[in-house]
Design a protein around this ligand. Structure first.
Ligand SMILES: *Cc1c(COP(=O)(O)O)cnc(C)c1O
Length: 394
């Protein structure tokens, strides 16, 4: 007899047959250059902990103090009783760091997109969205009920022709793009996108999740990298990657941030970030403002690792940032590669559909400022060994 839940069993079987079933590994130590994963000490090439702040003593100290001063939970949404002085201070500091008028701190980068897009566009409006935008942008765009028109990846000419073709049928338009694309490590041509948006009067939004703490002066992000201060209407960010903690930020023009405070459903209907997280984020801003050392070390490591992989003969795609894809093609190969790396003491996950398109499976290598040159050499040796064994390189 068929069961009403058979469809689930069938779907899970299909994922396994296509090598797309995700086996979730268990971390048994803090996120750092090396980690204990499933009981084994391995070199960690998997986390977005770009600057090594996730286990930084100053952030941990700040979080502990905040627990003593403020307790553990916010006990309310931001608009009722969940906004503390800590939240306001972080927002002020983030706005100053990024050189924008105002910033709103929310629970995550994912939430930031759900929060920021629907208040700006709705039924009768149009969103122009890069083909490879992050899932949280896609979902935020869908939630808004605006028409979504996808333009080709990092292609301002295609954006312009789609705008010319469609914009007149809608009330208003928004263009939205990832800043750094999380699976390829390439950078959106923000200056060109801005020119198109200016020409046609579109609102502009960039999700800088992988650019904050990485691009721009001292990690001030992609808008700083392109010198577009005051020009982009909204910058979405996360405190969960380079900042090493958790949380999201909506930054930009005061008018817009004020408006989002009144309208955003994740802000109005979900509890505030915790005092410990907020205080740890503040400590991260302190560190970034004091010195560019960690950002420089991250880039030095990234250049070293990319040069090493290229010299070994791996296809590293078109990365322009510390995100380093090792292109393998089939999901099964990426899975096997990752498993063999793990046996060699290197933790680097294979990534397949739906996170990347079918046939473009890869290992994504994420180095951090917490890695030493010796660590990177250890990693390169393991990649060389597994790459030769599987016939990916000769
Ligand atoms: C990681 C990421 C997010 C999600 O951020 P979280 O803080 O982890 O929720 C959003 N947008 C982009 C582009 C990302 O890469």
């Amino acid at each position: 007899m068929s069961d009403k839940l058979d469809f689930i069993t069938e779907e899970l079987e299909r994922l396994k047959a296509e090598h797309l079933f995700i086996n979730i590994r268990v971390m048994e130590s803090p996120a750092d250059g090396w980690m204990i994963v499933d009981g084994k000490k391995v070199l960690n090439f998997c986390t977005n902990n770009y600057l090594g702040l996730a286990n930084h003593p100053r952030l941990k100290e700040a979080a502990k103090k905040a627990v003593d001063d403020w307790g553990v939970g916010p006990a309310a949404v931001r608009t009722i009783a969940g906004t503390t002085r800590l939240h306001l201070e972080l927002e002020k500091r983030l706005a100053a760091f990024k050189g924008v008028e105002d910033a709103l701190f929310v629970q995550s980068g994912f939430n930031a997109n759900q929060a920021a897009i629907p208040p700006l566009v709705g039924k009768g409006d149009v969103i122009f969205s890069d083909r490879l935008n992050h899932a949280s942008i896609i979902d935020g765009a869908r939630l808004s009920r605006a028409k979504i028109i996808v333009y080709e990846h990092c292609d301002p000419a295609d954006l312009e022709s789609k705008v010319q073709e469609h914009l007149s049928q809608y009330r208003r338009g928004l263009v939205v793009t990832d800043g750094v694309f999380s699976m390829d490590g390439d950078v959106a041509p923000l200056d060109k996108i801005y020119e198109v948006a200016e020409t046609y009067g579109l609102m502009t939004m960039v999700d800088d999740a992988h650019g904050e703490g990485v691009l721009g002066r001292g990690g001030r992000g992609i808008v700083d990298h392109f010198g577009l201060h005051g020009k982009f209407d909204v910058e979405i960010g996360t405190l969960s990657k380079a900042f090493g903690v958790v949380g999201g930020v909506i930054a930009g023009k005061r008018l817009i941030v004020d408006y989002i405070r009144q309208k955003a459903r994740p802000f109005l209907f979900s509890s505030a970030p915790t005092p410990a997280d907020t205080a740890a984020c503040l400590a991260a801003v302190d560190i970034l403002e004091e010195s560019e050392e960690l950002v420089e070390r991250l880039w030095e490591n990234a250049r070293y690792l990319k040069a090493g992989m290229d010299a070994l003969g791996f296809d590293t795609g078109h990365s322009q940032t510390p995100i380093l894809p090792i292109m393998l093609g089939e999901a099964g190969l990426a899975k096997t590669f990752s498993r063999k790396l793990f046996e060699q003491g290197v933790f680097a996950m294979g990534i397949g559909f739906p996170t990347v398109p079918r046939g473009l499976a890869r290992i994504r290598v994420m180095n951090t400022a917490a890695h030493t040159k010796d660590d990177l050499d250890f990693g390169l040796e393991a990649f060389a060994k597994v790459g030769r064994e599987l016939g990916v390189i000769s």
